[in-house]
Design a protein around this ligand. Structure first.
Ligand code: SAH
Ligand code: SF4
Ligand code: F3S
Length: 457
C-alpha cells in the first residue's frame, strides 16, 4: 500500500500483554495516512503514545513515572518552538480516564483500547481546542470495522487479535473492567487479515485474546479449533499459536485439533494461578486443581510432546503456607517449559482488594523467590532435554553474532544457528547442540521446507 512520506514523528511505547503489542501496531497503521512515521526517540516525536497496562500496581506506576519524563521532553520541545502531543492509550486509560490528566496535566488525550481507531479525530480535536479529550466508551466491533484492512507486518511472525474482553471475573483481576465483555471478531475478517499477512511473507500467526479459546465466530458460530483449521489452509501460514487461554474454555474440539493440525504449534499457555483449591475458589477461577490436571492429561494424550506454560500468583489474600506448598507441588507435577509468576497486587475496584488476610510483602517476596527458582529449574531442564534432537526452526532475523540467525522451535524456544540470511522466513531443520535457560543453539541439519510462491500484492 502506498503511503505519504512521513512528515510527523510518532513514538509509541507499549506496556502489558500482546494484545497491546497488536494494538500499538494498529495505532501506527491508523496514523500513517496522516503522515506519521515511527521514531525510536521520544525527544523527537510530534506525537507520543503510551499504550498502557493496568494489571498490577507496578505496571500503572511505571506509566506515571514515564509521563513525568515525557513532560520534560514536551517542555524542551515547546521552548524550541516545536510541539508535542501526548496520548495515553490502553488499559490505564480505560480504568482511570480523565484522572490521568489530573495527575499529569501534560497529557493531551486519553483513549481506551476500544477507541484508538478514533485517534486521528481525537488528535485533530486536541489540536483545535482543549476539551472532549476522553474517548473510552466504545464497542470493539466499531474499532475493527474502522481499522485499515492492510497491515504492514515487520517480520515473518505476526500477532492477530481475534477475541477481546473477559467474562470470567477472577476476583484479583482488572481485565473484565478495562477490556469489557468477551467479544469475537467475525472469522471472515480474521481470515482476510491473515491472508494479507501471508501474502507479505508472514509464516506464523499468534492469535490473541484475553480468553482466546472462548472464541466464537459471531456469524457462523464455530470456535477456535474451526478458525485454526481455516487459517491452516492459507498458503504460507505454516504455524499457528494462540494466547491466552482459560482452562474453562479448553473444549474437546480444540484439544483434538492439537493432535490433528500440523500447523497448530505444540506450546500452550494455560494459566492455573494456584495449586490450592481453597485459593482457586476465592479467586473465582471456576476450576479446581484436579479438573486442571485432568485437562492437561487429555491435552497430552492428544499431543504428547506439548509444552505447557502457565501464570501463577503468590500471596493472594488468605494464602497460607500450606496453600503455597500446594502450588509448588502442582508445579512439580506439571513440569513447565516456562511460566510467569507474580506477587499478588491489590487492584482498586476488584473484589479481592477488600478481602481479609492480605499477605505481607516479605512473605510474598519469599514465596515468589522459591517459586521462581523451581520454574527456572524446569525451564533449564526443558531446554536441555532438546539437546541431540533435530527441530524445525522458523528463522526470524539476524543474530547478534556474524553469520548467525535466530528463530524459534515449535516449542517457542529461541534457537541460534549459523545459517545463510536467505533462510530468514524459512522453516529449516536444526540439530540442537547447546541449551541455556533462555535459548538453544544448533547446526543446520538439512534443507528448508519449500516456501510458498507468493501472489503479487
Ligand atoms: N486472561 C488471562 C491473563 C490475563 S492477565 C488469563 O486468565 O489467564 C495475565 C496474568 O497476570 C494473569 O494470568 C495473572 O497471573 C496475573 N495477574 C492478573 N491480575 C493480577 C493481580 N491483581 N496481581 C498479580 N497478578 C495478577
Ligand atoms: Fe483476568 Fe481471570 Fe479474565 Fe484472565 S480470566 S483476564 S485472569 S479475569
Ligand atoms: Fe495489561 Fe490490559 Fe493486557 S491490563 S495485561 S494491557 S489487557
Amino acid at each position: 500500500m502506498s503511503r505519504p512520506a512521513p512528515e510527523k514523528r510518532l513514538f509509541i511505547k507499549t506496556y502489558g500483554c500482546q494484545m497491546n503489542v497488536y494494538d500499538s501496531e494498529r495505532m501506527a497503521d491508523v496514523l500513517a495516512p496522516l503522515g506519521y512515521g515511527m521514531t525510536d526517540t521520544p525527544e523527537d516525536a510530534d506525537l507520543v503514545v503510551l499504550n498502557t497496562c493496568h494489571i498490577r500496581e507496578k505496571a500503572t506506576e511505571k506509566v506515571y513515572s514515564e509521563l513525568g519524563q515525557i513532560r520534560l521532553m514536551k517542555l524542551a520541545r515547546q521552548e524550541a518552538g516545536a510541539g508535542m502531543t501526548i496520548a495515553v492509550a490502553g488499559c490505564v486509560a480505560q480504568a482511570e480516564g480523565e484522572e490521568i490528566m489530573r495527575r499529569q496535566p501534560a497529557v493531551d488525550l486519553v483513549v481506551g483500547p476500544q477507541a484508538y481507531h478514533q485517534l486521528p479525530e481525537l488528535i485533530a480535536r486536541t489540536h483545535r481546542a482543549r476539551g472532549e479529550r476522553l474517548s473510552a466508551d466504545f464497542a470493539a466491533e466499531d474499532k475493527f470495522d474502522a481499522l485499515p484492512a492492510e497491515r504492514n507486518p515487520t517480520g515473518v511472525t505476526a500477532f492477530l487479535t481475534v477475541q477481546e474482553g473477559c467474562d470470567k471475573f477472577c476476583t484479583f483481576c482488572v481485565v473484565p473492567y478495562t477490556r469489557g465483555a468477551e467479544w469475537s471478531r467475525p472469522a471472515a475478517a480474521i481470515l482476510a487479515e491473515a491472508e494479507s499477512l501471508a501474502r507479505q511473507g508472514v509464516r506464523e500467526v499468534t492469535l490473541l485474546g484475553q480468553n482466546v479459546n472462548a472464541y466464537r465466530d459471531p456469524d457462523a458460530g464455530g470456535g477456535l479449533a474451526g478458525l485454526a483449521r481455516a487459517l491452516a489452509k492459507i498458503p504460507g501460514l505454516d504455524r499457528i499459536r494462540y494466547t491466552t487461554s482459560h482452562p474453562r474454555d479448553m473444549d474437546d474440539e480444540l484439544i483434538a485439533a492439537h493432535g490433528e493440525l500440523e500447523a497448530l504449534m505444540p506450546f500452550l499457555h494455560l494459566p492455573v494461578q494456584s495449586g490450592s483449591d481453597r485459593i482457586l475458589k476465592a479467586m473465582n477461577r471456576g476450576h479446581t486443581v484436579e479438573t486442571y490436571l485432568r485437562l492437561i492429561e487429555k491435552i497430552r494424550a492428544a499431543r504428547p510432546d506439548i509444552a505447557i506454560s502457565s501464570d501463577y500468583i503468590v500471596g493472594f489474600p488468605g494464602e497460607r503456607d500450606a496453600d503455597f506448598e500446594a502450588t509448588l507441588s502442582l508445579v512439580r507435577q506439571m513440569g513447565h517449559a516456562s511460566a510467569f509468576s507474580f506477587k499478588y497486587s491489590r487492584r482498586p475496584g476488584t473484589p479481592a482488594s477488600a478481602l481479609p488476610g492480605q499477605v505481607p510483602e516479605e512473605v510474598m517476596a519469599e514465596r515468589l523467590a522459591r517459586l521462581q527458582a523451581l520454574l527456572d529449574e524446569q525451564q533449564v531442564a526443558f531446554n536441555a532435554a532438546q539437546v541431540g534432537a533435530t527441530l524445525p526452526v522458523l528463522f526470524e532475523r539476524l543474530g547478534r553474532h556474524e553469520g548467525q540467525l535466530v528463530g524459534r522451535s515449535p516449542y517457542l524456544q529461541g534457537v541460534h544457528a549459523v545459517a545463510d540470511a536467505s533462510l530468514i522466513g524459512q522453516i529449516a531443520p536444526v540439530r540442537i547442540e547447546g541449551a541455556s535457560k533462555n535459548s538453544l543453539s544448533g547446526v543446520m541439519a538439512g534443507q528448508p521446507q519449500p516456501a510458498p510462491a507468493l501472489e503479487p500484492l
